[in-house]
Design a protein around this ligand. Sequence first.
Ligand SMILES: Cc1ncc(COP(=O)(O)O)c(C=O)c1O
Length: 314
Amino acid sequence: MKAKYVWNNGKLVPWERAQVHVMSHALHYGTSVFEGIRAYEIGDNAAILCCREHYERLLFSCKVARIPSPLSIGQWLEITTETLRANGQRSAYIRPLVYRGTGETLGLDARQCPTEALLATMPWGAYLGEKALLQGVDVQVSSWRRNGPGATSTLAKIGGQYINGQAIVMEAHENGMSEGIALDGNGFVSEGSGENVFLAHKNEIFTPSLASSILNGITRNCVIRIARDLGYTVTETSIPREMLYLADEIFFTGTAVEICPVRSVDRMPVGTGVRGPVTKAIQDQYFGIVRGTHADKWNWLTMVPVPARDGVRS
Ligand SMILES: Cc1ncc(COP(=O)(O)O)c(C=O)c1O
C-alpha cells in the first residue's frame, strides 16, 4: 500500500513526507470525508470507473459534514490524472480525502479549522482475495446495527462514521468470518462494513433501499443497471433478516470488494453454497467492462493514458 507521491494540499509530495499535524480536528473527532475509486489497466490507460459520480458524492458528503471542498469536480478529476501519471499507475485504488486541520480550539464545531485535502493512489488487489470472487465468502449477521436515521448520515462517506463499520468487520474477523452484514435500526438487512448487499431469489433480485441506512453505492447503481439490462427484475425494498437464509444467491458490491459472492451466512450455506448463475452473469458484465473486453456502453470509464514510469506499476 504505497506509491511514490501523494497529492497533498496543492502539490505532489513524496509518500513519506505526506504528514498531518497531531492536533488536527480530524484525528480527534473523525472530521473528514472521503471516496474510494478504482482505476483498471486497459492497454496503456488507467480506466477510472465512475470517476465523476464519486466526486459528486464527495461534494455531497462535504455538504453534509459542513467541510467545504477546496476543489471543484473538474479540479478533482485533474489531480487524479496528475497523481496516477506521477506514480506511473494504470491500476490503482484512489483515495481523495478532505478534512479539518488544526484550529485555535478543540471544540466540536470544526468550522474555524482550516480545510485540508489530499489524494493518494495505491495498488490494491481483490479486497477479500482473488479466490473469494469465484468461491464466495463466509459472513455473519453482525451484532452491531448500522447507525440509525437521524443519528448520522449513512448516505455520506464521513470518516468518523466508519467506527461502526470497524466494529462490524472486527467482530466478523474474530469469529473467523470474512465480513459482517449489519441490520438497520428496525432489524432489516442494511449492508456490510464497506459493501452493499444483493440477494437473488427465484431469479429475481432484491437489495435494501436507501431507507435501510445504507451508503448509496456507486457499484450498487452499476449492478442495478447491469441486472436490469440482463432482464432481471431488481427491487429496492426492506429485507427481513431471514431472507438471507432463504436466498438462492447473495453477493456484495463495492468499489473495493467489486462483486463478490457470499457462500454462507451464520454458518448456513447460501443456496448450494457455491457462486450462482445470477452472480456470475453480473460479474461477467462488470469485469468485462472494467477490463475492456466488453463495450463500455454506459460510459463508466474515464481513460487516462499513463506512460510506465521507472518500471513502477501497480
Ligand atoms: C459503508 C459502505 N457501503 C457500501 C459501499 C460501496 O459503495 P461504492 O460502490 O460506491 O464503493 C462502501 C464503499 O464505499 C461503503 O463504505
